[in-house]
Design a protein around this ligand. Sequence first.
Ligand SMILES: Cc1cc2nc3c(=O)[nH]c(=O)nc-3n(C[C@H](O)[C@H](O)[C@H](O)COP(=O)(O)OP(=O)(O)OC[C@H]3O[C@@H](n4cnc5c(N)ncnc54)[C@H](O)[C@@H]3O)c2cc1C
Length: 543
Amino acid sequence: MAATYDAIVIGGGHNGLVAAAYLARSGAKTVVLEGRHKTGGAATTEAVWQDAPEFKVTRLSYVMSLLPPTIISELELDRHGYKIYPMGPYYQAFPEGGSIKLYADDAKRNHEAVSKWSKKDADAMPKWDAWLAGLADVLGPLLLTVPPVIGSRKPRDLAATLKLAWRNRGLDVRTIADVTRLMTMSIADLLDDWFESPQVKGALAVNGVIGTWAGPYEPGTAYVMAHHSIGDVGDGHLGNWGFQEGGMGAVANAIERAARENSAEIRINAPVARVLVEGAKATGVVLANGDEIRAKVVVSTLHPKTTFLDMVGRENLPDAFVTDIERWKSRSGVVKINLALAELPDFTGDPGTDLQEHHTGSVEMAPTMEYIERAFQDARDGKPAERPFSDGVIPTAFDKTLSPEGTHIMSLFTQWVPSDWNTEPHTAELEAYADRMIDCYNELAPNFKGSILHRDIVGPYQMEHEYGLIGGNIFHGELSLEQLFHMRPAPGFADYRTPVGGLYYGSSATHAGGGVCGIPGWQAANAAIADRKSAVRKAFRRS
Ligand SMILES: Cc1cc2nc3c(=O)[nH]c(=O)nc-3n(C[C@H](O)[C@H](O)[C@H](O)COP(=O)(O)OP(=O)(O)OC[C@H]3O[C@@H](n4cnc5c(N)ncnc54)[C@H](O)[C@@H]3O)c2cc1C
């Protein structure tokens, strides 16, 4: 006899856990099936050095910003261990001397800091912040909106499109123009319009290329910047990011506790092989060990290619949908480097190994836009970046749970290696790439290299094979224009439903993903709960 539930969630990443928490909260008997030995997916804290288990790294994702207050409060995540330390400033030290700090929440200090490089840019900064805040007012609510099926003539879809247009009726010509610019421009062109100093532009370009298979001169990178700039960590400061105490795995743990409290069952080491489809409806799953589990609702939070092409099967899907998923772009060229440090970096521009403000935020290796572009061009030419770009953070500036007293963890989110490095481990080349990355930081902080106790390098192959991040893309799919909103993951299916009845889709490859925001999982659960209620109402009317 197959085990039976009301709802099965495939994947115990943070989105799967959010979906399970909401489904269980609605009264559905729910099980999460996670393939690995632990939940969290890309939100994971791990002790990666066997000989030094006292060090823990936030192995893939590293900072929080995008999780909406609704999810935090409805799942009571604070009570379950969600605790954020807001980050300090963006910090970039320069090989030629000096440094820049940018503050998410302090206009006065921003002005002072930027004035050192350009008075004109310092004066432009408050206007830029206000411009971004205006755009966040438009784009923020869209993150929580279910994309309509644009182009459909079905009354329900037309009504949804009209509702969205009506909600945005207050937008004026200039705001629409600004949104258009944001969606279509490169971050380089956009910053050129606003600023003159290479140092300021380098610092502001970082958010435009995070996780993206595109350098700062590629159209669409302005939107990527916005995606990373419209959240806040609950302190009311737009674009602010923060460190979860205990690393990003603790975010997943908090959501898991909420799910369990609502009676969801969580099974680890339970890889799913197939979704059972009977009469165009999902009826359950088959595990890799052959066990069958049945349910009328199945929610997948895995990569779209895995979910639809491998688990559902082309034969159960419309041809056009199969083509869309086959064409889904999932490159990034990201390498995560996690380090255990004996002491903090001692920057020539801001000396000292005692904890200072510049250790508490992003410790960047993005001195100019040209530097970032060069790193991308290397990878596009088929070789790993000679001088990689890095978004570095030192969570232990606040969080004392990750490493022994006096030591630190540093997390380097680096780019780029060639986009096809997901097909081979490239172990030796990744070691050499990490050496070069470390040398770049060592030029700014000469104690850096000597302070490294342990290092852990996670490249695209490992991301794909160990974590299910196909192509090594950090968001289950690029945030390129043709893969956003009503196109994410495929036109006609951006409402968290799929061509298969009873199968819902809530991974980062849906609208509002990626990032540790929980919105895809929440929306997929909402869709399933709404359909379940509507089916009950219809059955009641028929009886
Ligand atoms: C290096 C890196 C850095 C990042 N940095 C940040 C950041 O700082 N902040 C941020 O907000 N976002 C960041 N992201 C993005 C963010 O982590 C992801 O978008 C998000 O965690 C994905 O969540 P998910 O639940 O949709 O999918 P996943 O986390 O990928 O979860 C899917 C789960 O499914 C499981 N699975 C796979 N195959 C099977 C199977 N056959 N059966 C059962 N289970 C299976 C996987 O093990 C995994 O647990 C980063 C990502 C990476 C990779």
